[in-house]
Design a protein around this ligand. Structure first.
Ligand SMILES: O=C(O)CCC(=O)CC(=O)O
Length: 261
């Protein structure tokens, strides 16, 4: 396993490159308020012959935290820089929520780099800009604790045993980085780029996801001809955390289906 940084002019992106050095590559992209640890339990369940690359989105985890606002364009170039730093010519992208928006954008910009897409709990557009402005105001006024309970209610179905541990992780997240992520989502509308995509795609939704409900995820993946769509039952916005077994099985099945394993 190698840990290093990909350098941009305004940020350093912390990344982890593990698995089989010569294997087919999967790049994971995290959601708002999380980091590359979002994928720990899924990665542990993937076949050994994959090369798995994950990174902390700017403003999150161990990556630098530039001043907000962040743009979707910058986040897309960050992901491109991570693949470049690892010398990767083609990868399957697995993006959740904000990470899924970045994955859509990277596929639209650099289709040559992308063998397939897993769009998880994401959409072409998420929430009205006013909603994001309210969330930013709450974080500015109170820090992460100002939004934590609402976020956790959307992240997990009622009764999820790991909720308290994830609450601690969310409270440790950088307020400035979280605000940066909110600004990127608020301004983004991926409908034009994503409508033009033609590549193998799997959509994953959580039946209890209040942030990106199944209908919204389906509407997005249906823009891509031939895309497959799966609903995971009894889980919310972070199904890779609540049910990593099913998530890893769906991902592995997709990789086999498209000949990436
Ligand atoms: O999770 C994301 O990347 C964006 C959607 C979101 O903010 C989830 C939530 O906290 O409601």
């Amino acid at each position: 396993m190698e840990e290093k940084v990909a350098k941009r002019h305004d940020a350093e992106l912390f990344l982890r490159d593990e698995g089989s050095a010569d294997g087919p590559v999967v790049l994971f992209l995290n959601s708002l308020g999380t980091d590359l640890g979002l994928w720990d339990e899924v990665v542990a369940r993937l076949p050994d012959d994959l090369r798995v690359i994950r990174f902390d989105m700017r403003g999150h985890g161990r990556s630098s935290v530039p001043e907000p606002p962040y743009t979707m364009g910058a986040l897309i170039v960050d992901a491109e820089a991570v693949l470049d730093a690892c010398g990767v010519e083609q990868a399957v992208l697995v993006g959740l929520s904000l990470g899924g928006m970045v994955a859509q954008g990277l596929a639209a910009k650099r289709l040559d780099l992308v063998r397939g897409l897993v769009l998880s709990n994401t959409a072409v557009k998420m929430g009205h800009p006013d909603l994001w402005q309210e969330r930013i105001a709450a974080v500015e006024a109170h820090g992460m604790v100002g939004v934590a309970d609402g976020v956790l209610d959307r992240w997990f179905a009622p009764g999820f045993a790991g909720r308290d541990a994830w609450r601690d992780r969310l409270l440790d997240a950088s307020s400035k980085g979280y605000i940066g992520g909110c600004t990127a989502i608020a301004r983004a509308d991926m409908i034009s780029p994503t409508s033009g995509l033609r590549l193998p795609t799997l959509g994953i939704a959580g039946s209890e996801d209040a942030a990106s409900p199944p209908d919204l995820v389906k509407e997005t993946v249906d823009l891509i001809p031939g895309a497959r769509f799966e609903i995971m039952r009894g889980v919310g916005h972070l199904p890779c955390v609540e049910d990593p077994e099913t998530y890893a099985a769906l991902l592995t099945g997709f990789l086999r289906e498209i000949g990436h394993l």
